[in-house]
Ligand binder design. Structure first.
Ligand code: NAP
Ligand code: MG
Length: 525
């Protein structure tokens, strides 16, 4: 392992840089993506076991992941973990933790560097899995893989920073140190909407800091998580450090959260599930020796504000990109456009025009921007919200849906009251509520008047208003004169306020601290 240690340390000395996005206007890249789509197509329909302590267990009881563009196409069959197996996975992680916690940080980072190198080689292949499994467009899938790469590269480096000597006030009579040690066993519970980036980010942060984890993938995107598990196996990560536990969140989720051997839960998903985890984790169970830490990243009802000084074309472009990228299925999606009275009609017209230019359909084709929503439940919930929205405002674009895939037209509903349901509740689909504000002050008030606080954007050329928004716009990620989606690792540490979660700032220097506890060590000279 000596070489790995040295190379991990050397690599961490070079500055972190974001992985560039693939330029699909280049013929060679288009060809590579098409070949990867063919490759993955030939691998669809396989069976996937649980992985507990390195052992692969194929249950008779399986569930399927399907292609939302074409629901009769099976992506894979996944063993459905039972509550007993969830507890066995926690035990396996607890056993692995006893040795993993002694592995030096450089060596742990070395595994992550090796894993990220493999994912770089498999860039198009990972993109292809996402295009099939969750209906991402090429660019959205590629952004997701790039972000996963960034998370690994960033956290491996940041682990070495945390493992280095910490800046303390020095005193003559003592030697003092501050070291960051792991917490123990963690349950990692990601959502399906960034099926690669968020799953990889939470899992890697947890294990590179010395914890052992149970990865319970989202049930609509387990194949991508299985591809990541393959990488971890190939780089030789010791058995039991990351256990793979596909299965229904509502069945095994509680068992994982309540298990007294679990020390922390890293969750990203909806508000209601996050609140439930928070409550269950707070109650100590028999034999539990610690407070469980719950790292919870939840929903959003994010806004894009436009005032009368803004570049109105740029604002309309930003509104449409924020609202409809990946069919609006982002926690950061700009699902509310708040436009001041003076320019309301102009901006609305531009938004409608740009929305109608979006191409919806077959995401295996490079020119398609909009694919399906993730599954039948999402389709039902979103179409119900569109019906509610028709009663709450004016349907000015879209509104329709068609099969056999779960396709919903990008939908714009104008003249929505700030307290209407479609202006307050997270829809998580391609539905934009457009709200008229009297003036800038009113717009700021409306933007903050939800229970969430994840991302927000303001289009304005007025420096005083920009200063005011810096103070008053109560969101974890604030953007000026650009869209409110597309946070970059290292550049925009990500996480929100209020019911959007614990503001964990993924992709920033505060993140790994959440997976560690600090020990101060003093020795008299
Ligand atoms: P979700 O339904 O809450 O599911 C998230 C994860 O929780 C899945 O793995 C799910 O498993 C699991 N789960 C379900 N019930 C559980 C329970 N009782 N105990 C423990 N785990 C349980 O959310 P989603 O639909 O996958 O994702 C969309 C949501 O995530 C949106 O609200 C979005 O805003 C939010 N999100 C937030 C961020 C952020 O950084 N703040 C980022 C991305 C997404 P199953 O799949 O088996 O049900
Ligand atoms: Mg699917």
């Amino acid at each position: 392992m000596k070489n790995t240690l040295e190379s991990a340390t050397a690599r961490a000395q070079t500055p972190f840089q974001n992985q560039p996005f693939i330029d699909f206007s280049k013929e060679e890249n288009r060809k590579a993506q098409i070949e990867a789509l063919e490759q993955v197509k030939s691998e669809l329909g396989r069976k996937y076991p649980l992985i507990i302590g390195g052992e692969k267990i194929m249950n008779e009881d399986t569930f399927t992941s399907v292609n939302p563009s074409q629901p009769d196409q099976v992506i894979g069959y996944f063993s459905r973990a039972t509550v007993e197996q969830a507890n066995a996975a926690v035990q396996a992680a607890a056993t692995a933790f006893e040795s993993w916690k002694h592995v030096p940080a450089e060596e742990r980072a070395g595994y992550l560097f090796a894993a990220v190198d493999l994912m770089r080689q498999r860039r198009f292949y990972f993109n292809a899995w996402m295009i099939y499994e969750v209906g991402k467009s090429w660019a959205e899938a590629d952004g997701d893989t790039a972000e996963a790469i960034d998370f690994m590269e960033f956290y491996a480096r940041d682990m070495l920073r945390l493992a280095s000597e910490q800046p303390l006030t020095r005193i003559k009579e003592e030697d003092n140190d501050l070291v960051y040690i792991p917490l123990g066993v963690g349950a990692v519970i990601p959502p399906w909407n960034f099926p690669c980036a968020i799953m990889v980010g939470m899992t890697s942060a947890a294990f590179v800091t010395g914890n052992a984890v149970i990865l319970k993938p989202a049930s609509t995107s387990p194949a991508i998580a299985a591809q990541f598990m393959r990488i971890l196996e190939e780089v030789g990560l010791p058995a039991g450090v990351v256990n793979f536990l596909p299965g229904s969140g509502s069945t095994i989720g509680d068992a994982l959260v309540e298990n007294p051997q679990v020390r922390f839960i890293a969750f990203t998903g909806s508000r209601d599930v996050g609140l439930r985890i928070n409550e269950l984790a707070a109650k100590p169970r028999k034999g539990q020796r610690w407070l469980k830490r719950a790292i919870l990243e939840m929903g959003g009802k994010d806004a894009v504000i436009v005032d009368e000084t803004a570049d109105l074309d740029a604002a309309a472009t930003g509104i449409v990109a924020s609202a409809f990228g990946f069919q609006g299925q982002k926690c950061s999606a700009g699902s509310r456009a708040i436009i001041v009275d003076k320019v309301y009609d102009q901006v609305l017209q531009k938004v409608v025009e740009k929305t109608q230019q979006l191409t919806m359909g077959d995401v295996t084709k490079p020119e398609t921007l909009i694919g399906p929503v993730v599954d039948a439940n999402a389709m039902k919930k979103i179409t119900e919200y569109i019906e509610i929205g028709k009663g709450e405002g004016q349907l000015v674009s879209g509104g329709g849906h068609h099969g056999p895939g779960y396709f919903i037209e990008p939908t714009v509903i104008a003249d929505v009251d700030p307290h209407a349901r479609i202006a307050q509740e997270e829809i998580f689909g391609p539905v934009l509520a457009v709200i008229k504000a009297r003036d800038f002050d009113d717009a700021m008030h409306i933007a903050n008047d939800t229970e969430y606080g994840l991302t927000g954007s303001l289009y304005s050329r007025d420096p005083q208003r920009i200063e005011r928004a810096k103070e008053d716009y109560h969101v974890g990620n604030l953007y000026f004169n650009r869209k409110c989606t597309g946070a970059l690792v290292g550049v925009h540490p990500f996480g929100g306020f209020n019911m959007s979660g614990t503001d964990s700032k993924a992709g920033g220097r505060d993140y790994l601290l959440l997976f560690t506890q600090a020990k101060a060590i003093s020795a008299k000279k």
